[in-house]
Design a binder for this molecule. Structure first.
Ligand code: ZN
Length: 225
């Protein structure tokens, strides 16, 4: 008797009228639109479905909130927060590497999983646009560095400035490579920004990243989101 009564609520998709049809497990009234054959609810308890949630999540990531704190602020579960961060990062595209530019390359030391598992974030900073154009996460090996440097060399970089790490001498050609501690000031400052703005990169705290995927996703959102 209670079902199939025309309800005063209008459809959010077509502005037609909906009918009451059953309840959700949490007691919320379900509505059904016969015109566009879509289900909807009088009120939503699950806040993650709102369209602005993704925008709020990426803003909070950039402001240095951890996953659990984002969950608490937006009243969504940490699991949903993790899934959304991954989804947002997946849709972000890396900027194009243009030819004939000057770069600074540096490594940032961090941990993944526990405080003994060292990882390095290698970033390439473009001087003209003042932006990070690429980064790679891994152990402090030739392969991790090469993923960035080979891309820069392929784009015919004018000059690549690095710190005194010996490995750069072997993987970069002498004509483009320049090793000078003063010349990487800008990227060192960028690293300092990263450490201040992202909770998981803060020093002398108990915060650290649990997985490389999440670190990569958060950096992507911070740089290009
Ligand atoms: Zn409708």
């Amino acid at each position: 008797m209670f079902q199939n009564i025309t309800y005063a609520m209008t459809c959010i998709y077509c502005n037609g009228s909906c009918i009451k049809k059953g309840f959700q497990k949490n007691g919320n009234q379900k509505l059904f639109c016969k015109k566009c054959i879509k289900w909807q609810q009088v009120k939503y308890s699950n806040r993650a479905c709102h369209t602005e949630t993704n925008i709020k999540i990426s803003t909070l990531v950039k402001e240095g909130c951890g996953i659990r704190s984002i969950g608490r602020i937006l009243k969504i579960s940490p699991t949903t927060t993790i899934a959304r961060i991954k989804q947002i990062a997946k849709n972000i595209k890396k900027p194009l590497t243009l030819s004939n530019k000057t770069y600074e390359v540096d490594e940032l030391r961090t941990f993944v999983g526990n405080k003994t598992n060292l990882y390095w974030v290698v970033c390439a900073y473009e001087r003209e646009t003042k932006k990070i154009i690429d980064f790679n996460i891994g152990k402090r090996t030739k392969r991790t560095l090469q993923a960035i440097t080979s891309k820069l060399e392929l784009s015919h970089a004018r000059k690549i400035y690095t710190d005194g790490l010996l490995m750069y001498k072997y993987i970069l050609s002498k004509s483009t490579h320049c090793c000078n501690p003063v010349s990487i000031n800008r990227i060192e400052r960028m690293n300092l920004n990263l450490r201040t703005h992202l909770k998981r990169l803060n020093r002398r705290t108990i915060c650290f990243t649990r997985s490389v995927i999440m670190l990569s996703a958060c950096l992507k959102i911070y740089f290009w989101g």
